[in-house]
Design a protein around this ligand. Structure first.
Ligand code: ATP
Ligand code: MG
Length: 557
């Protein structure tokens, strides 16, 4: 990446690459990001993308986007398209766009070669028998009665498997390694199986499909990958990765290096589990802003920079650990704290009437768009006799440290005036209709010429110019930090993960900003217009809350 990124964090994979370049083991590195197109990308994938594309970028190498599309039942073109878009959105450009299915012919040739060399055989046991004769961690497996078929017989059967002569499950191709191997992955793993299925790219050309372990190492080798970075669950597959390459003559022998998966508190990062939540209607789709998919984070208001910053911050290790949700939230908070223009919005409005403000008067007050960054300029905020403030900023009978509005309390309306609450007006049901207040005309701009201080500063909007809006306040999707280990995933869902506020009011400046501008509504958090928002019906997603100082005070008391 050419932007002014913070200094690179070193980690064991970076060091391996540095050594390999220094020793000229590789003059240039090649990596790949290999998603299976069976769902949308999530924040876990972002870690892998950041690592694979990041290493290639940092060391002047190449990174391919390779669809691991060997499974004809599952893949869908829709997902592939979305994956490409998401990788681009994150800020990366692949060297080559590849598909494992492009290599089906070559992979088939490699399979023939393994058979010819006596390293693979056609097994005609059914899948249940193959599973049950694999042995356990403590017991070796049992050789298949078909293990010693002749090369000719194997070649003949494999050709007929390819030609579609057999039913699914009638035969498989297996590597001939060692049924007594300590590592179960080495006990004659299945390399090919029969599937009479349409493949979304190769149609009905094939009746046999290669398994992941056979496909992956050879695809890496075909593409000249130098460092094949994958997650820790493939550590036990590495001997097989190496075995296949060692028993053939591929163009090169990539090095598989494993790192720990990202897991994030209060959410799930597994396509399968995400799919379940979507299918059961607990969320609205892959881009529901409560999900950790890249689509959802983007809709919610996350920037690609903030996600890259998150990936940089969490680093790369071999130790499994769960990352606190705050780390992700802080990545966007820190970015938006610097860049988001400030506006005022009242989410749960209560009316304020300034009884001593002239009936026919209104005025414009100047407010900075950013408290620290003067280059962001100022704006004019309309002010008048009738205003709205946040309901939670008023208490009729407040506790001692409540510095906001209460009968007899004087507070500052931000960028405006000091006001004092004189009277609470209620309707017949006892609901508050308005707070009748007086303002001090001497305090224009928010300071008293006599130097008197107020402890509370409130945000507000003027009644006659405020723009109505809906706000969606998102919170964690689950109530527990480790939902995936709950007996029932859905029982751990947080029923308050989205609170829709229907009667919010925003200062009119909102219409001057491009629709997807990420904004800080002062004292509320960072917001961004939803895709469903329109100038007639504004809808905002809360990207992240601010750290809530009132909460802290309450805890301290
Ligand atoms: P899921 O469990 O969500 O289905 P997956 O590993 O099956 O994930 P793939 O599409 O096969 O998903 O993954 C593509 C790449 O992304 C792989 O190299 C995989 O290791 C990596 N990846 C997936 N999830 C994570 C994660 N949580 N942390 C880091 N890397 C991940
Ligand atoms: Mg997978």
């Amino acid at each position: 990446m050419s932007d002014a990124s913070p200094p690179a964090v070193t980690h064991f994979i970076r060091r391996i690459i540095e050594e390999d370049l220094a020793s000229r083991k590789h003059p240039r590195i090649v990596t790949r990001f290999p998603p299976e197109p069976n769902g949308y990308l999530h924040i876990g994938h972002a870690k892998s993308i950041f690592l694979n594309f990041g290493m290639a970028g940092d060391f002047g190498g190449d990174c391919n986007l390779r669809f691991d599309d060997t499974n004809p039942e599952k893949e869908e073109a829709e997902y592939a398209q979305a994956i490409e878009e998401d990788v681009h959105w994150l800020g990366y450009e692949w060297h080559a766009l590849c598909h494992a299915s492009d290599y089906f012919e070559q992979l088939h040739d490699y399979a023939l070669e393994l058979i010819r060399r006596g390293h693979a055989y056609v097994d005609s046991q059914d899948s249940e028998t193959i599973r049950s004769t694999r042995g356990t961690l403590t017991e070796p497996g049992i050789n298949s009665p078909y293990r010693d078929r002749s090369v000719e017989e194997n070649l003949d059967l494999f050709a007929r498997m390819r030609a579609g002569e057999f039913k699914e499950g009638a035969h498989v191709l297996r590597a001939r390694i060692d049924m007594g191997a300590e590592n179960i992955n080495m006990r004659d793993p299945v390399l090919y199986r029969i599937r009479h299925q349409q493949h979304h790219r190769t149609g009905d050309t094939w009746s046999i499909y290669p398994m992941y372990d056979f496909t992956h190492c050879l695809s890496d080798a075909i593409e000249g990958v130098t460092h094949s970075l994958c997650t820790l669950e493939f550590e036990d597959h590495r001997p097989l990765y190496d075995w296949i390459l060692d028993h053939l003559d591929p163009p090169c022998h990539p090095q598989q290096i494993e790192f720990s998966r990202l897991s994030l508190e209060y959410t799930v990062v597994s396509k399968r589990q995400l799919q379940k939540l979507i299918a059961a209607g607990h969320v609205e789709g892959w881009d529901d802003p409560r999900l950790p998919t890249l689509r959802a984070l983007r809709r919610r208001g996350y920037t690609p920079e903030s996600i890259r910053e998150f990936c940089r911050a969490i680093g790369v290790t071999k130790k499994d650990s769960r990352i606190s949700m705050n780390v992700l939230e802080d990545s966007i908070r820190d970015a938006l704290n610097r860049s988001a223009p400030r506006l005022m919005a009242v989410l749960d409005p209560v009316r304020v009437i300034l009884t001593n403000y002239p009936e026919d008067q209104s005025e414009l007050l100047e407010a900075p768009n950013h408290p620290q960054d003067e280059s962001m300029g100022t704006r004019q905020v309309p002010f008048g006799r009738e205003l709205y403030i946040e309901r939670s900023d008023f208490m009729e009978d407040p506790p001692k440290k409540f510095f906001r509005l209460a009968p007899g309390h004087e507070v500052r309306l931000r960028y405006a005036y000091f006001i004092t609450c004189q009277e609470v007006e209620r309707d017949a049901n006892g609901e508050i209709v308005a707070l009748r207040c007086t303002y001090d005309p001497e305090t224009r701009g928010g300071n008293a010429p006599d130097g008197r201080k107020v402890r509370g500063t409130l945000h507000w909007v003027a009644a006659d110019s405020a723009v109505p809006a809906q706000m969606r306040l998102y919170d964690r999707l689950f109530k527990v930090p480790e939902p995936a280990s709950e007996p029932e995933l859905t029982a751990a869902l947080n029923e308050n993960s989205c609170i829709e506020m229907e009667r919010c009011l925003v200062e009119p400046e909102i219409h001057e900003l491009p629709p997807r501008t990420r904004i800080q509504f002062e004292r509320q958090g960072y917001f961004c217009q939803d895709y469903d928002s329109s100038p007639e019906q504004l809808i905002f997603n809360r990207t992240a809350s601010l750290r809530d100082t009132w909460e802290k005070i309450r805890k301290r008391d």
